[in-house]
Design a protein around this ligand. Structure first.
Ligand code: IMP
Ligand code: MG
Length: 182
């Protein structure tokens, strides 16, 4: 295993090996299996791009009938004074009256996930829960419940297993953390 890698201008080292990530995914999948066993065909909504690898491994461990769809939050600068405007794109599966599990790569300030919940609620699902691979409790500023958290970390910047640094690093199977030295 290569220990130090370079992405753009920064160096990264392994923080969480793939085997440990896999164990955390299994634990969270078991919880979802227990909680959703009696519910009618839940829908997993993956938030692109970051969640693709987590979602792929998570769903292989889900043992009830379920559906899968992917969405994206498109950000653009609005002309209004509130600045950034975000809209939901790609929701092709009807979710009205359904049990929805949003799958994210990482919840940091909670800004993205709160937009996502708000947008999905407009479609009147029966329930919405959030499942995230990583949760940064130190920076999370929202009151929204994030029910399923595979792993919690500090404020460090990480890449790998779907997470990127300016689009690089998503393909890495281990989780890497930014490091100062070489
Ligand atoms: P939030 O809106 O502040 O919760 O940020 C969520 C988004 O920021 C995630 O979906 C990621 O795209 C990005 N992000 C936050 N922290 C990291 C990190 O440590 N590595 C890579 N992306 C991150
Ligand atoms: Mg993301």
């Amino acid at each position: 295993m290569q220990n130090i890698i370079k992405l753009h201008d920064k160096y990264f080292k392994v923080m969480i090996p793939a085997e440990q990530v896999d164990k955390a995914v299994s634990v969270v999948a078991d919880r979802i299996n227990r909680d959703y066993a009696e519910r009618h065909t839940p829908v997993f909504v993956g938030v692109l791009n970051g969640s693709f690898m987590f979602l792929s491994d998570l769903l292989k461990k889900i043992d009830f009938n379920c559906e899968l769809t992917f969405v994206k939050l498109a950000s653009y600068s609005g002309t209004c004074s509130t600045g950034e405007v975000r809209s939901l794109i790609g929701l092709t599966t009807p979710i009205e009256g359904r049990h929805v599990v949003i799958v994210e790569d990482i919840v940091d300030t909670g800004e993205s996930i709160s937009h996502m919940i708000h947008e999905l609620e407009k479609h009147h699902p029966a329930t919405i829960e959030v499942c995230t691979l990583f949760f940064k409790p130190a920076s999370y500023s929202k009151q929204l419940p994030v029910t399923y958290r595979a792993m919690e970390i500090g404020n460090e910047f990480i890449v790998g297993y779907g997470l990127d640094y300016n689009q690089l690093g998503r393909n890495l199977k281990d989780i890497y953390v930014v490091t100062d030295g070489k």
